[in-house]
Design a protein around this ligand. Structure first.
Ligand code: SF4
Length: 963
C-alpha cells in the first residue's frame, strides 16, 4: 500500500524532530485513522511560532541588520489573506515602536491554512508598502479616460454618489444601479446592503470564472461547488490547473500532499504539465474539451465491471424517474437501471476516449479501476479549466460527479462533499427582505439557466440599447483587462450615456480604474474587515479579516472611529463605506433603507463596525462558549485569534440527516416519488422507511435524470453527456494553421489583476509566452523567443514562443494575469509589472495597442525599485478574445480557436489589434444558440435553482406582456 522505507537522512531528520515522523507504525496505512496529523502534531510543527499569550509583546532579532543583534518588539495581530478566495490565516508583525507592519506570516490557529501560506500570502507586505498605491479618494478632471485626477474628501465622494442613487431609486430606476465585484470575500455583506436598498444590483465575475463547473454540479444535487476531502482520500482526480489557478491553492495543496503521503494516488487531467500535473501519479494531457468523454469511459468500466456502489445508487439517485421517462418499455427495477446506463454509454469505450482525448486507453482503464477500488474514498475537483473553457464545459463537472455518484463518494469520508456542508453562513442584524426587482441586464431571458450574472455581456447589452448603468461600482474588478473583449468595455466606459457615474473601489490602479469618475482606495488584506468561511476540507471554520493597525491601536488604547484613520493615507475599507453611503441615501429614514443599518444594540443609531461583527460572532455555533471561557466577548475572541473552528471534520453524509418530529409534523409523503412536502415545499425524502433531509433537488436525490433540462428545452441533455466543444478538432481547420489556445492557467505566484503591486511576485513571474510542443515548433520553424502572431476571431496579439515538452502536441497555451499596461497619460501605478502602451482607435471599432516601453527600474522610497532587472511585461491576450457565453450555463468559454502565423515585417512583440464590430457579431452568433425563457408556468428560471442575491419569488415569473 505504498509504504516506503525511510531513507538514512529521513531517519535522522525524524529522530531529531526536524521533520514529523512519517514512518511511524500505521502512518501510511489506510486501515487506521486517516487523519494522521493530530491537532497536537500540527501544533508541534509550529512550536517556534509565538504563542498567542505573547502576541502583544514578542521580541525577535532584526534580520536586516545581521550579524548585529538588534531586537524588535512586535505586536502580532491576526487577519486573513485577500490574494485568492481561500482566506488563509495571516499574522501581521507590527513594530511596537513605530506601529509599522514589518512582515506577514501564517496563522497556525487558522483551521483552513494551519499556519501555511503560498507565496502570495507573505507578499501582502509588498502590496501595503507599494510606492505606487492609491492613498486618497480621487475624482477625475477633464474627460473620462484622459488620465487627470484630483484629490477629494470621502464626504464629497459619498454625498455625490448617494444623491445620484437616491434620485435613481426615487424615480424607480433601480436597475440602473449596480455593484460589480471581482474579488468578493465578505460573506453576505453586500446582500445586506443591496437588498437593503431594494435593488437587484449585484453583478459578479463568476461567469468568466467558475459557473460552468457550478452548473454541472448543481444540476446533479442542488449544490454548486465540491469540497473534496483530499486528506482522507484513496484516489484523487483533478480536472484542472486549479492549484495553479489559485483556487483553494494552499489549503487544498497541503491536504493533497497529506493524502499522497499516506498512499493516495493523484491523477490530473490537463493539456499542460502544470505544477500539479508534475506532482501527480498520472498525468492525462487530454485534448481540451474532451474530458467528459474520458470520464464517461471510466463510468462505463465501473458499471460493466460491477465496481459501483449499488446501495448508494439505489437509495440516492432518481433512477425510477429515469426509467419511467426514458425507458418506459422497461420494468422499473434496479437492475434495469444499470443495464440502461451501460446501453446509454456503450459508445464510450476506452478506445473512443483515446481517440477523442489522446489519453491512452489502458490508462483510462487503469484509472477507472482505481477509482472503483477507492469507492467512497474518491476525492475529485473541477474548477475553472475544462469547466470554464468549453462550449458545454459544464458537462465535464456533471460527468465527474457521475463518478462520485457511482462510487458512493458523495459526502463520504475521503470523498467529495457539497461545499455548503463545510461553510458557515452569517446572520445579520435587521435583515432586509428580498428585492422585488429583476434586472435583465444581469439575468436576461435568453439565459434562463445561467448560473450567475451574464456579466461578460453587459457591454454588448448596453451597446444594443437594452438599458444603461446610471451608477456603477467596479469593486476590485478589472474587466477592461481581465475580461474577454476589453475594447468593447472601453468603448462603453467612454460613453457616459451607457455608464453614468463609474466608481472604482480598488486598492490599486487598474486598466478599468483609468476609465472611472471616482477612484476610491480600498484596503488590502490587513486593512479591512471581512468575515470568511470556505470549504477547504471536511471541517467548518470562520475567520476574521481585520485591519491590523486599527486593532493594534485598540489594544494600545487609541481607538479610532473609522478604519481609514488607522490605515495608510485615507485608505478605507468597504464595510464602513457602504454603511455610510446607505445612511446618506436615506438620511431621514423615509425610504425604508436606513433602518437596516441601525445598531442592533442602540436603536435608531447608526451601526458601528464593531457592533456588526459582534452581532455576527454571537451567532457562530460554539464561539460564545469559547469566548466566555476566556472572559472576553465573541468579537474580542476573533480579534485575538483571527479564526474559530466550528466543526472539526467528521460530519459526512449530511443528506442522511433524519428529519425531526417537529419538521415532519403536518408533512405529506408523495406516494410516487417518496418526497416529503410541507406547506408546498419539499423538505426531505423517505429512504428505507426513514425520513431523511436529502439534497436540495426536486427529487431530493442526485438527479441522474434531469426533468429540469427537459422542461427548459434541452431534452438531449437529460442525463450526463459529452458535449463537443467549440474548439473540438472537428471545428478546426489545421490546413489553415488553426490551433486551440488554452488561456485559462495562471502561474501560481500571481493574483488575477493585483500582482502588479507585489514586487516579489512580479520578480518571479513576469512574462507569458506561448507554450508550444517541440513537434509543433519544428513544424512552424519556431524556436524559443521567436515572435508568433496569434489570430483570434476578432483580432490578434503578437507574443513569443516558448518551446517545451510540458505542452500537449497540437495545443498551445498562454498564461493569463500577465501583460499589464498603462498609457503615458495614466497615473503611475503597478510599475513593477506594467508596460507603457499606446492605444489608438479608428472611431469605427478598430483598436490598436502597441508597447512603447517595457518594465523599467524607477526611483522611489523602496530601494528595490531601482533593482528591477526584468524588462518584458508580457502581452495582454484576453482583450483579443471574443465573448463566448455557453447557451446553458452562461459561462464564458475561454478556449480560443487561433490561427498561428509568423508576424509580417514591421509587426512587433506586444502588438494587438481588435475589431469590436466583429466582437459584437460573435456575441450575436453565440446569442443565437440560446433557448430563452419562459420555462414551465411562465418562469424565467427554475425555482429550485439558486441565484445570487435571490429576489422575491414573484419576480421569477415573466409578465405575459414581456414575453
Ligand atoms: S492560497 Fe495563497 S493567495 Fe490564497 S489565501 Fe492562501 S496564502 Fe493567500
Amino acid at each position: 500500500m505504498g509504504y516506503k522505507k525511510a531513507s538514512f537522512i529521513e531517519n535522522i531528520a525524524e529522530k531529531i524532530g526536524l521533520i514529523p515522523n512519517l514512518h511511524k507504525e500505521k502512518y501510511q496505512e489506510f486501515d487506521g485513522d486517516m487523519r494522521h496529523f493530530t491537532d497536537e502534531e500540527v501544533a508541534q510543527l509550529y512550536e517556534n511560532f509565538p504563542p498567542p499569550e505573547k502576541w502583544d509583546d514578542w521580541q525577535e532579532y532584526n534580520p536586516k541588520v545581521w550579524p548585529k543583534k538588534e531586537k524588535i518588539t512586535y505586536q502580532i495581530v491576526p487577519t486573513t489573506c485577500f490574494n485568492c478566495e481561500s482566506a488563509c490565516g495571516l499574522t501581521a508583525f507590527i513594530d511596537k515602536e513605530t506601529q509599522e507592519v514589518k512582515k506577514f506570516e501564517g496563522n497556525p490557529y487558522h483551521p483552513g491554512s494551519r499556519g501555511r501560506n503560498c507565496a502570495k500570502g507573505p507578499a501582502t507586505i509588498n502590496q501595503i508598502t507599494d510606492p505606487d498605491r492609491i492613498l486618497f479618494p480621487l475624482k477625475r478632471k477633464g474627460k473620462r479616460g484622459e488620465g487627470e485626477w484630483e484629490r477629494i474628501t470621502w464626504d464629497e465622494a459619498l454625498d455625490t454618489i448617494a444623491s445620484r442613487i437616491r434620485k435613481a431609486i426615487k424615480e424607480d430606476r433601480h436597475n440602473e444601479i449596480a455593484y460589480h465585484v471581482g474579488r468578493p470575500g465578505h460573506e453576505k455583506f453586500m446582500n445586506w446592503i443591496l437588498q437593503g436598498w431594494g435593488i437587484d444590483g449585484h453583478n459578479s465575475h463568476t461567469n468568466i470564472c467558475s459557473s460552468g463547473a457550478r452548473f454541472g454540479y448543481n444540476i446533479w444535487y442542488g449544490y454548486d461547488r465540491p469540497s473534496p476531502d483530499h486528506t482522507n482520500a484513496k484516489f484523487i482526480l483533478l480536472i484542472s490547473a486549479h492549484l495553479e489557478s489559485g483556487h483553494y491553492f494552499n489549503p487544498h495543496a497541503q491536504r493533497i500532499i497529506e493524502g499522497k503521503m499516506k498512499g493516495a494516488k493523484l491523477a490530473t487531467m490537463d493539456p499542460r504539465l502544470s505544477n500539479t500535473a508534475s506532482m501527480s501519479d498520472y498525468w492525462m494531457p487530454t485534448y481540451p474539451g474532451t474530458e467528459a468523454a474520458v470520464l464517461l469511459a471510466m463510468a462505463l468500466i465501473i458499471l460493466e465491471e460491477g465496481l459501483y456502489n449499488r446501495e448508494y445508487l439505489e437509495n440516492w439517485t432518481n433512477w425510477k424517474e429515469y426509467l419511467k421517462a426514458l425507458h418506459s418499455d422497461k420494468e422499473v427495477i434496479f437492475d434495469n437501471y444499470i443495464d440502461a446506463m451501460i446501453e446509454e454509454y456503450k459508445e464510450f469505450t476506452p478506445e473512443y476516449a483515446e481517440k477523442e482525448s489522446g489519453v491512452k486507453a489502458e490508462t483510462v482503464v487503469e484509472i477507472a479501476r482505481l477509482i472503483g477500488e477507492a469507492g467512497e474514498r474518491f476525492a475529485s475537483h473541477n474548477w475553472r479549466a475544462a469547466g470554464a473553457s468549453n462550449l458545454g464545459g459544464w458537462g465535464v463537472a456533471r460527468c465527474l460527479h457521475f463518478l462520485s455518484v457511482l462510487t458512493g463518494a458523495v459526502g463520504a469520508k475521503g470523498g467529495t462533499s457539497p461545499n455548503s456542508w463545510n461553510k458557515f453562513s452569517p446572520t445579520q442584524p435587521n435583515p432586509p427582505k428580498p428585492q422585488k426587482k429583476w434586472n435583465e441586464l444581469h439575468f436576461p431571458k435568453e439565459y434562463p439557466l445561467a448560473f450567475f450574472e451574464m456579466s461578460q455581456l453587459l457591454p454588448h447589452f448596453l451597446k444594443e440599447g437594452r438599458g444603461k448603468m446610471d451608477v456603477y461600482f467596479s469593486r476590485v474588478f478589472n474587466p477592461v483587462w481581465t475580461y474577454p473583449d476589453g475594447f468593447t468595455w472601453m468603448e462603453m466606459f467612454l460613453d457616459e450615456s451607457k455608464f453614468g457615474l463609474h466608481t472604482a473601489l480598488t486598492p490599486i490602479w487598474s486598466e478599468t480604474a483609468f476609465y472611472a469618475d471616482f477612484v476610491l482606495p480600498m484596503g488590502l488584506a490587513s486593512e479591512r474587515h471581512d468575515i470568511n468561511s470556505y470549504a477547504t476540507h471536511g471541517g467548518t471554520w470562520v475567520a476574521f479579516r481585520q485591519p491590523v493597525l486599527r486593532e493594534a491601536a485598540r489594544r494600545n488604547g487609541n481607538e479610532v472611529e473609522f478604519t481609514y484613520q488607522a490605515n495608510p493615507g485615507e485608505v478605507w475599507e468597504e464595510d464602513e463605506f457602504w454603511i455610510e453611503l446607505s445612511w446618506r441615501i436615506d438620511p431621514d429614514g423615509s425610504m425604508g433603507i436606513r433602518k437596516h443599518f441601525e445598531s442592533p444594540y442602540r436603536p435608531g443609531e447608526k451601526i458601528k463596525i464593531g457592533e456588526y461583527y459582534q452581532y455576527l460572532f454571537e451567532r457562530v455555533p460554539g464561539l460564545p462558549k469559547a469566548a466566555k471561557d476566556e472572559g472576553i466577548t465573541e468579537l474580542e475572541y476573533m480579534q485575538k485569534y483571527g479564526s474559530f473552528e466550528i466543526e472539526k471534520g467528521e460530519s459526512y453524509k449530511k443528506n442522511e440527516t433524519l428529519l425531526t418530529d417537529d419538521q415532519l409534523n403536518g408533512s405529506e409523503v408523495d406516494p410516487v416519488t417518496d418526497v416529503i412536502r410541507k406547506n408546498g415545499k419539499s423538505i426531505g425524502v423517505m429512504i428505507n422507511n426513514k425520513a431523511m433531509v436529502g439534497f436540495p433537488t426536486p427529487s431530493r436525490k442526485n438527479e441522474f435524470y434531469s426533468q429540469t433540462m427537459v422542461d427548459w428545452k434541452w431534452p438531449e441533455y437529460a442525463i450526463p453527456q459529452y458535449l463537443k466543444s467549440h474548439i473540438h478538432n472537428d471545428n478546426l481547420d489545421k490546413s489553415k494553421g488553426e490551433y486551440v489556445l488554452v488561456p485559462t492557467f495562471r502561474l501560481p505566484t500571481l493574483i488575477h489583476s493585483r500582482s502588479g503591486n507585489a514586487k516579489w511576485l512580479v520578480e518571479i513571474s513576469n512574462r507569458n509566452p506561448i507554450w508550444m510542443h517541440p513537434d509543433d515548433a519544428a513544424k512552424w520553424g519556431f524556436k524559443t523567443g521567436d515572435l508568433v502572431k496569434m489570430n483570434t476571431d476578432i483580432g490578434y496579439f503578437i507574443d513569443k514562443v516558448w518551446v517545451t515538452q510540458g505542452m500537449k502536441p497540437g495545443v498551445v497555451a498562454c498564461s493569463h494575469h500577465i501583460g499589464r499596461w498603462r498609457r503615458p497619460q495614466d497615473k503611475i501605478g503597478n510599475r513593477w509589472a506594467t508596460n507603457t502602451v499606446n492605444i489608438e482607435g479608428d472611431g469605427k471599432g478598430g483598436w490598436k495597442m502597441n508597447t512603447i516601453s517595457g518594465v523599467k527600474p524607477f526611483e522611489s522610497d523602496d530601494k528595490d525599485s531601482k533593482r528591477i532587472f526584468w524588462k518584458d511585461g508580457g502581452v495582454h491576450q484576453n482583450i483579443t478574445h471574443a465573448v463566448h457565453p455557453d447557451p446553458i450555463s452562461g459561462m464564458h468559454c475561454w478556449h480560443q480557436r487561433v490561427r498561428i502565423e509568423k508576424p509580417a515585417a514591421g509587426e512587433k512583440y506586444g502588438d494587438i489589434f481588435v475589431d469590436t464590430n466583429k466582437s459584437h457579431k460573435v456575441y450575436k452568433e453565440w446569442l443565437a444558440m440560446t433557448r430563452p425563457a419562459p420555462g414551465p408556468n411562465g418562469e424565467r428560471r427554475p425555482l429550485w435553482f439558486k441565484r445570487a442575491f435571490t429576489p422575491d419569488k414573484s419576480t421569477f415569473y415573466i409578465d405575459k406582456k414581456d414575453e
